[in-house]
Design a protein around this ligand. Sequence first.
Ligand code: UD2
Ligand code: MN
Length: 313
Amino acid sequence: MVCSRRLRRLRRMLALLAGLTVATFALHSTLLAAPPPLSGCRVESPLLVGPRPVHLPTSPPTLAEIGRRSTLVSPGGFYRPPHCQSRHRTAIVIPYRARLTHLRYLLDHLHPFLQRQQIYYKIYVVEQWGDGTFNKGILFNAGIVEVLRDDDWSCIILHDVDLLAEDDRNTYACDNYNPMHLAVAIDKFDYRLPYREYFGGVVAMTPEQYRKINGFSNQYWGWGREDDDLWKRVGLSGMKVVRPSVRFARYKMIKHERDPGNEENPHNFDILKRTKLDWRSDGLNSLSYKLLSKEQKALFTHLTIDVGEKPRT
Ligand code: UD2
Ligand code: MN
């Protein structure tokens, strides 16, 4: 009798052990299972604050101070909304040389601005190496070739370092069909377009649109006209420039003088006359540059580019 009682107790213990093992396994696999996919972010972010005129402090915060405030930004200046699947994957590309003060103002302003828009984004600073004549077109072409190797961006924002958006309803995303001019109303021009074909400051293009216009011309050394050439390329490739409402697309430009190495180049007017003839062979498909370095800084990805020398004319 004692033996069958022991047998029954043993059976009960084995059944309990088997039950516990199954329960532990089930719990374990639930905990390890991938988190449920995030739902899509709302079309209009609930975090927007609308018009907010920019008043700059006499000197900008240091990069370290900005870093301390930007705890949600991952190395390389990357951010994705933590609670919803972003509708936009945007690369911000800034042509750059010797404008650190402006860059600090811009980063301090742009990271919170983009986070309120619930955008999946990364900020790239594309610096021209050396002190040769500045060439914004080659910088953008080279920078965008490198940026597109990084991630499948749905939108590229070509962004001057000294422009600060004054309304977060100006969404840093692209139009599916046409390049978009975002810097419509700048304080420097009394918040209206200086001329109809004006296409400077901040522009949004999909990678497909950028390839379709063969990028920027590589021929514009020094200041001026490369943005007018870009406007013409959009039309010549069968698209048109679209713009958000002038009510939202407002910017403050940080006042500055012409930079050494970026003096106005009168020859650029002659190049602009030839856009129709040259655009198909002058741009991404004739680009030559050297990527000297790519560094993941806390608040941005820093690309250093050798654009080569300005040809003797
Ligand atoms: C206008 C355009 C600008 C460009 C330029 C002609 C606006 C708002 N912007 O700006 O897009 O077409 O005319 O080339 O109309 N940069 C440096 N270091 C330099 C030189 C330039 O970082 O030494 C970068 C920087 O991002 C700057 C941008 O290039 O914002 C354009 O240069 P700019 O600010 O001197 O030109 P600006 O204000 O006349
Ligand atoms: Mn400027």
